[in-house]
Design a protein around this ligand. Structure first.
Ligand code: NAD
Length: 300
């Protein structure tokens, strides 16, 4: 089976690696030549455009930064919509606005093609291990058809509901993870100020009510979790700008639904500030570096 894969970046590349390892032929495209070259080196066939991928593939996967990139790849010039054959299934694994997922699905339906959203959680380590959590929105028959391909990349594939609902689950999850990253960073800065060993504090919290996945697997303090981005000089991982985007998706959804949200916008602004201080393309846990206390006089 030829799997088309568009967007071979931080997450896409290891996901392509797992598809190849499980015996799928992969036809890849990325707008950045060096990213495409890495996929080709891993064993994928390089395509000339998104349309080229769509023409040559039995099933098309996309793994792109945000809503605008997904709209461009599917609906823009040399995009998937213009080239995809009727009956083909497209699987968008990016984290985007659920309304965009529905819009792209409707546009593809006019061409007789099908679309499901299947965003992921777990970060680069689980993308590399092929054990991502994948939350899927779409018709059950389409989800079942995609399952062998998704199983090559993930360990938990959960059908959430109709198209767009995978994205809803994802933005709810990242609301919690984004807020937790800021909270964990604040807590460890306070502990540091009091001279408490971060390793001992990690031990305490991991057995207490403040325990969180972010601390266990993506610890913002370097050297405590070997596979955490912090231990690799905060190389992403998951970029600060992408987490700020995801919190923005959650905040926008809340606004549309008139759900009051206070903590998510605060965390989003902390990440935006971190970005404006040069941390945007580093891992989101580098917010811990941004929260370094000022070196002035003690608090007044
Ligand atoms: P990334 O920026 O590293 O990779 C995205 C790739 O898409 C890049 O290589 C880029 O060149 C390519 N691209 C952009 N526009 C394109 C276009 N028009 N045509 C072809 N290629 C194009 O981002 P990433 O970290 O791999 O994240 C991808 C998605 O997965 C995002 O939506 C992110 O929120 C989500 N996500 C990331 C992580 C993580 O840990 N990095 C975890 C879970 C979910």
């Amino acid at each position: 089976m030829n799997v088309g894969f568009i967007g071979t970046g931080t997450m896409g590349l290891p996901m392509v690696g797992n598809l190849l390892a499980k015996g799928f032929a992969v036809i890849a495209y990325d707008a950045v030549p060096s990213a495409l070259a890495r996929a080709a080196k891993a064993g994928a066939t390089a395509a000339a455009s998104s349309a080229d991928v769509a023409t040559r593939s039995d099933l098309i996967v996309t793994m792109l930064p945000s809503s605008s990139h997904v709209e461009a790849v599917y609906l823009g010039p040399s995009g998937v919509r213009d080239a995809v054959r009727a009956g083909r299934l497209c699987v968008d694994m990016s984290t985007i606005d659920p309304a965009v997922s529905r819009r792209v699905a409707a546009a593809l339906a006019e061409r007789g093609a099908r679309f499901i959203d299947a965003p992921v959680s777990g970060g680069v380590p689980r993308a590399t291990d092929g054990t991502l959590a994948i939350m899927v929105g779409g018709d059950k028959s389409d989800v079942d058809e995609a399952r062998p391909v998704l199983s090559a990349m993930g360990a938990n594939i959960i059908h959430v509901g109709a198209v767009g609902s995978g994205e809803v689950a994802k933005l709810c999850n990242n609301l919690i993870a984004g807020v937790a990253a800021v909270a964990v960073s604040e807590a460890f800065r306070i502990a540091e100020g009091f001279g408490v060993d971060p390793k001992v504090l990690t031990d305490v919290i991991s057995k207490s009510s403040g325990n969180t996945w972010v601390m266990e697997h993506m610890h913002p303090v370097a050297g405590l979790v070997p596979r955490a981005a912090s231990t690799n000089d905060y190389a992403p991982g998951f970029m600060t700008d992408l987490m700020a985007k995801d919190l923005g998706l959650a905040v926008n959804a809340a606004r549309e639904l008139r759900v009051p949200v206070l903590v998510a916008p605060a965390a989003q602004q902390v990440l935006r500030l971190a970005s404006s201080h040069g941390f945007g393309r580093r891992d989101f846990t580098s917010v811990y570096l941004f929260l370094k206390p000022s070196s002035g006089d003690a608090a007044v």
